[in-house]
Design a protein around this ligand. Structure first.
Ligand SMILES: *Cc1c(COP(=O)(O)O)cnc(C)c1O
Length: 239
């Protein structure tokens, strides 16, 4: 990557304007599918964004943020966490068991539970911290070999395991295959959630959040449409 062109942080008014636009689109998509205006909440995906962009979103009233790496999130939110009222942080990236305690300490919801061993580590961390651990189960709806998430057919088993371990299982999360129409994946996630009596559905990103709302999303995760393109590419490593 080159740094030849200066790539200024969008002025806070740009973030505020985009936030307003996304909120309007969420409301419009909700109404178009007969849902109430506040059924789908916006998770602002702040990974890799500079502090100015975060502060602009906070100033514009955004309180729910998603991060995909524990360490980066600690740096970004450790101090803000203590001064921003009503902040909700959601982990949306892969988590290693040895980072479970850090994740439980920082995040309000961990959206990426995808294996029994991690469920056990999170439950143990929650016990030590004396706080309930709220999770979503990430489902690999496209059964992609390289992608995190439990296979659809194994979702029920993992939900049972997580509940037995003492976790608060709120719902399901998915990231559909990039090259496929997302609708069928959202529909599958909704079907799995209903089958297991779960109501929270985290699905939909910048390119497809309106579709996700049509299929029942309760949380949409929007990054680039809100903050602009990320400044450096993500590396897919776990942390
Ligand atoms: C980065 C990311 C997003 C946001 O993606 P955009 O296309 O930038 O909106 C949503 N969900 C997950 C899990 C992500 O890693």
């Amino acid at each position: 990557m080159t740094f030849s062109s200066p790539d200024p942080v969008p002025p806070s008014s740009a973030v505020a304007a985009r936030l307003g636009d996304i909120r309007r689109r969420i409301v419009a998509a909700s109404r178009a599918s007969g849902r109430s205006d506040d059924e789908a909440s916006l998770t602002a995906v702040s990974k890799t964004q500079p502090p100015e962009a975060i502060d602009a979103a906070l100033a514009a009233g955004q309180r729910v943020f998603g991060e995909n790496r524990v360490q980066e999130a600690q740096t970004r939110w450790g101090d803000r966490r203590t001064v921003v009222e009503g902040l909700e942080l959601r982990l949306i990236g892969p988590l290693q068991s040895n980072k479970a305690a850090d994740a439980v300490a920082l995040f309000d919801v961990i959206e990426t539970l995808d294996r029994p061993k991690l469920a056990d580590a999170l439950a143990a961390a929650g016990l030590r911290a004396g706080k309930p651990v709220h999770v979503l189960i990430q489902v690999n709806t496209g059964a992609e070999p390289q992608k995190a998430g439990v296979l659809p057919g194994e979702t029920g088993g993992l939900i049972d395991h997580a509940r037995a371990a003492g976790l608060v299982v709120e719902g399901l999360m998915c990231i559909p295959p990039a090259e496929e129409a997302p609708g069928p994946h959202f529909a599958l996630l909704r079907k799995l959630a209903r089958r297991h009596g779960l109501t929270t559905l985290s699905m939909g990103m910048s390119g497809d959040f309106e579709t996700a709302i049509r299929f029942g999303a309760t949380h949409v995760r929007v990054g680039s449409s809100l903050f602009g393109e990320r400044k450096h590419p993500e590396t897919p490593s776990m942390d």
